[in-house]
Design a protein around this ligand. Structure first.
Ligand SMILES: Cc1cc2nc3c(=O)[nH]c(=O)nc-3n(C[C@H](O)[C@H](O)[C@H](O)COP(=O)(O)OP(=O)(O)OC[C@H]3O[C@@H](n4cnc5c(N)ncnc54)[C@H](O)[C@@H]3O)c2cc1C
Length: 309
């Protein structure tokens, strides 16, 4: 017999665990299915989450898993590979299990696709960084490089100048003529040096970034490199359910209301599954919002059904 849950939460990062905590405390039988690949896994510390600033991401999630277990929420390490919608949702796990759910929370996060520069992937989250709010304080006042991936990278070069006055902006594959005059003026005002040459690789000594090697043979001493990974939203399950998506400069994400309800009745989404800029605290908050909306939705559905008998 297929097991029945009130809610299946797909993804056990901050968004999914937060939704599960609220659902468990509201006495709903809830299953979290988590493939165990949270986005911030490469980072040693999680910053900017009030009261948890500096906690290792894995410890934060382990605490979350402990908390949901107190309320009887089940969690399995598996991957949801398919969801079919009829009266309820039929959720298929890679491990072979199939379960039923009345409501669904999709909290599948996003993947970061890094630029194809040798050495970048190995150092991501350490001294190759994407987010000054996550890491800026820890690397403040060091010599920064910023790797352009498009003219929009100017924004990152300007932002990181809040944390160091020694910033070099490597245009890499972007031509200087592509930068609007206003951007060039702002870069100059921020004291950011523009370096119009392709980046060939990183110089590393004793497992620390020491420089940026350019295709013209020169090397710039830098101990931090900021770059913008291409965000790859994990929307496959939502697309399979026919959810409406909207385009953003950071990929296509589901259209959601203020609670995270998608265009598919009964399906909510939270965290990086709804947008690139969702930090951990936003993801946790989005999970809470979705769960509380689901609790109300299930209750009203059941009361309406009872009133019709
Ligand atoms: C290097 C780095 C450092 C960062 N540092 C910070 C920081 O200091 N502070 C901060 O606030 N934010 C930081 N972030 C951003 C942070 O990672 C995200 O805000 C956060 O992970 C979003 O939580 P989430 O629950 O939406 O997604 P995730 O944490 O990515 O969790 C999604 C989970 O869903 C699982 N999953 C995906 N698909 C399926 C499926 N089909 N079936 C089952 N499970 C599935 C994944 O395996 C994963 O475990 C950082 C990001 C990076 C890349």
């Amino acid at each position: 017999m297929t097991e029945k849950y009130a809610v299946v939460v797909v993804g056990g990062g901050a968004a999914g665990l937060s939704a599960a905590l609220v659902l468990g405390r509201a006495r709903h039988r809830t299953l979290v299915v988590d493939a165990g690949e949270p986005r911030n896994a490469p980072a040693a510390h999680m910053q900017g989450y009030l009261t948890r600033d500096g906690m290792p991401p894995a410890e934060f999630l382990a605490l979350g898993r402990e908390e949901i277990a107190r309320y009887g929420v089940e969690l399995v390490r598996d991957r949801v590979v398919d969801v079919a919608r009829s009266e309820e949702f039929t959720v298929v796990l890679a491990g072979g299990r199939t379960v039923q759910a009345r409501r669904l929370v999709v909290a599948t996060g996003l993947k970061d696709e890094l630029p194809a520069v040798a050495g970048v992937a190995e150092r991501f989250g350490r001294d190759v960084l994407h987010c000054p709010f996550c890491h800026g304080w820890e690397v403040r006042d060091q010599p920064f490089g910023v790797l352009a991936s498009s003219p929009a990278s100017v924004h990152q070069a300007l932002m990181v100048s809040q944390w160091s006055k020694d910033v070099r902006f490597f245009l890499h594959t972007v031509a200087e003529e592509e930068l609007p005059d206003e951007d060039l003026r702002r870069l100059a005002a921020a004291g950011v040096e523009v370096v119009p040459s392709e980046v060939a690789g990183l110089a590393v000594e004793d497992d620390r970034l020491t420089g940026i090697r350019l295709a013209d043979g020169t090397e710039h001493a830098r101990s931090v490199l900021f770059l913008a990974p291409r965000a790859v939203p994990q929307t496959g399950l939502l697309e399979g359910l026919g959810a409406e998506l909207h385009d953003t400069p950071f990929g296509a994400y589901p259209v959601v209301d203020a609670t995270g309800l998608t265009s598919v009745p009964g399906v909510w989404a939270a965290g990086n599954a709804i947008g690139f800029a969702e930090q951990v605290v936003h993801a946790a908050s989005g999970g809470y919002r979705a769960a509380s909306a689901i609790v109300g939705d299930l209750l009203m559905t059941d009361l309406d059904a009872a009133a019709q008998v």
